[in-house]
Write a protein that binds this ligand. Structure first.
Ligand SMILES: Nc1nc2c(ncn2[C@@H]2O[C@H](COP(=O)(O)OP(=O)(O)OP(=O)(O)O)[C@@H](O)[C@H]2O)c(=O)[nH]1
Ligand SMILES: [Mg+2]
Length: 304
């Protein structure tokens, strides 16, 4: 096949929080592009992952989980998903075979409805549906799709496990049917376009989230204040701040005898070692940024 026949396009992944959008992108790529956690609303940005195959190039955009809430931060997430949806060549609409399609699913399907013609529907986590009778909501999800999009071509509804890499190739094939012919948008060796400081901040946030439950994961954002090559190409010194919303959270993140922050630092360094070819010397500190989720200037800086 000549190069002119190759295809390329932007594919936005849309779905409720925790359906497995980021896991899907990471498994497709084989790289850690987007952070993953059991908590909803882990992803806060439009994160690009580039997949090259013999058929061409697909540039995937991971988005924050679509969630019904009037809170300022959720408004920013929703705006971001809409913006990405509007500028993509194809959409992957992801549902979760282990959860009932509730009110949130209705909202999410309304988001993709105007673009249904260029959408592939995937039902993720079929590994759970197979294993666990109680968590088996696969049939409900299928019925929901049938009811909401009665004309939708069934061959473009694909059951997958992002975690186990089941049927992901089928999704790629279906997407290549939608995207136009065209030149690659990125050089083949690129798998993401994220800046180094953003990737470091995200990995530190993932390791911090892993230490907590409930409210704290949402209350954290990570900022990088300084970076400097100690040995060019070999060792990068980075100063990062774990920002929390309240004084009481600061104590929790530091922990007794600084044990918690130390663990976050060690786990971050281990994860960073897998992502970067050079060593990262991490200076990690905690600070309070009061009610940052209500502040426009901070949301503007961190959600894009
Ligand atoms: N069993 C199973 N778990 C999965 C699968 N895909 C993702 N998960 C898990 O589901 C949880 C959420 O995964 P994420 O990839 O962070 O989900 P997300 O849709 O990106 O979530 P947000 O960024 O919060 O919107 C994590 O605990 C994943 O390990 C899957 O195919 N099977
Ligand atoms: Mg995510």
């Amino acid at each position: 096949m000549s190069d002119a026949k190759k295809k390329s396009g932007i594919v936005t992944i849309i779905g409720r929080p925790s359906v497995g959008k980021s896991t899907f992108l990471n498994t497709l790529s084989g790289e850690k592009i987007s952070i993953v956690s059991p908590f909803p609303q882990t992803t806060r940005n439009a994160i690009r992952g580039i997949i090259n195959t013999s058929l061409g190039q697909l540039v995937f955009i991971d988005t924050p989980g679509y969630h019904a809430s009037e809170r300022k931060i959720n408004q920013s997430f929703k705006a971001l998903s809409k913006e990405q949806r509007d500028s993509s060549d194809a959409i992957v609409y992801m549902l979760d075979a282990s959860r009932e399609p509730g009110e949130e699913e209705v909202l999410t399907s309304q988001l993709i409805a105007p673009y249904i013609e260029k959408t592939i529907i995937v039902i993720n986590k079929i590994d759970l549906a197979k294993l666990d009778e109680k968590k088996n909501c696969l049939a409900e999800n299928k019925a929901y799709i049938k009811k909401t999009f009665p004309q939708f071509d069934e061959k473009n509804i694909i059951e997958i496990s992002a975690q186990d890499d089941t049927n992901l190739n089928e999704v790629l094939k279906a997407l290549y049917e939608i995207v136009p012919e065209g030149e690659a948008l990125y050089p083949e060796e690129f798998y993401t376009d994220q800046e180094v400081d953003f990737r470091i901040a995200e990995i530190v946030r993932e390791k911090a989230i892993e230490m907590f439950k409930q409210e704290l994961p949402h209350a954290i954002f990570v900022s990088i204040s300084d970076m400097e090559w100690k040995k060019p190409g070999k060792e990068l010194w980075v100063r990062a701040f774990l920002n929390v919303e309240k004084e009481s959270q600061k104590g929790m993140v530091i922990g007794k005898g600084a044990s918690v922050i130390k663990t976050i630092r060690v786990e971050s360094i281990k994860a960073l070692r897998k992502v970067f070819s050079y060593r990262i010397n991490l200076d990690l500190q905690v600070r309070v940024n009061k009610n940052w989720r209500q502040k426009d200037h901070i949301l503007k800086k961190i959600i894009y």
